[in-house]
Design a binder for this molecule. Sequence first.
Ligand code: PLP
Length: 411
Amino acid sequence: MNDIVQPYDVEAIRRDFPVLSTTVRGKRLAFLDTAASSQRPLPVIEAVNHYERTSHANVHRGVYELSQKATDAFEGARERTRRFLNAASLREVIFTRGTTESINLVAQSWGRSTLRPGDEILITWMEHHANIVPWQMLCEQTGAVLRVAPIDLRGDLDLDAFRALLTPRTRIAAFTQVSNALGTVLPIAEMIAAARAAGALTLVDGAQAVAHRRVDVQAMDCDFYVFSGHKLYAPTGIGVLWAREAVLRTMPPWQGGGDMILSVSFNGTRYNELPYRFEAGTPNITGAVGLAAAMDYVDAIGLERINAHEQRLLERATTALLAVPGLRIIGESAHKAGVVSFTLEGVHPHDLGTILDAEGVAVRTGHHCAMPVMDFFDVPATARASFGCYSNDADLDQLIVALARAQEVFG
Ligand code: PLP
């Protein structure tokens, strides 16, 4: 890990990410799709490699030394995650496959055992499908009703409408901290306070937030916080569900199998303690090791500094993109993270993506798993550039040049 001192040395950070020095179609790679999945730095790659070479065995089961080493690595990652989130206890940190699985776990365990017909679940219009569909499924199973708080044309939540939609029947409000499609940073402190005052639990989808701002679940005062490792410079297939212990204690296990039990007989099964009762089967040990290394990595740079760097890029990108004729930015909140969604007149976003790719620019094009947002803005899809700790001015310059090229081709 580089010893990074002021000012923010983005070129030193870039040297930690081997993929960034590769070329695409003979061009320098301008990777602007971090919101979909971030790249991995050497310390993460090396931590995974070291674990694979020296310590792998199944966890929690063996008395032999290698299994104990693997268990220490896995449980060490849990403690690292607890510190990263400032969770009160290790019992509150559950490893999952990612944000999607974490939300499904909450819906199927807490929701299915708690909700009655006519109970309400409140989400917002700018949720990722992962924070819509599990609740729709839960509504079908329980007779609960899904309510959706509206957004405005800038891409901001209508906070008054959100408050008005909280009723004595609202059992949970589930919302994203940062919109992946628009970049909007939601006023989650106000939303959590309002939901709590109405007697509802809260779930915060931190998928687009954890790599960009410090999260303190105790200060946040939510009940569930979920995120994916692969958006935090860690491998895919590992994620986290943090839940308040008092709530977890009311929840039945979701998936059954090994590791989540204390004893099994045909007369009945006794479930394991927290958090293990929610981790059936062999977990993603390698992923957890990588996740812990990724947390060390971003903490060594400083999340506040990463955020400041991305905010500067966001401002520069917004100004430069608005100067491109026919370009419309979708999502113009005054509170945004490093995400810019846009359309270009006369060029379908998918064609745009293909032309940008030929210029070495990797941006996401499509509905970004947020089809209701696309419907709201009446666009079939957008192109989206998103930034991470390693994004630099050269990436932006390359994007602007590539957009001019797309206009030549389609103009
Ligand atoms: N929520 C948000 C806001 C996201 O941006 C994403 C992924 O893009 C998800 C949920 C789903 O994450 P995963 O596919 O890692 O489970």
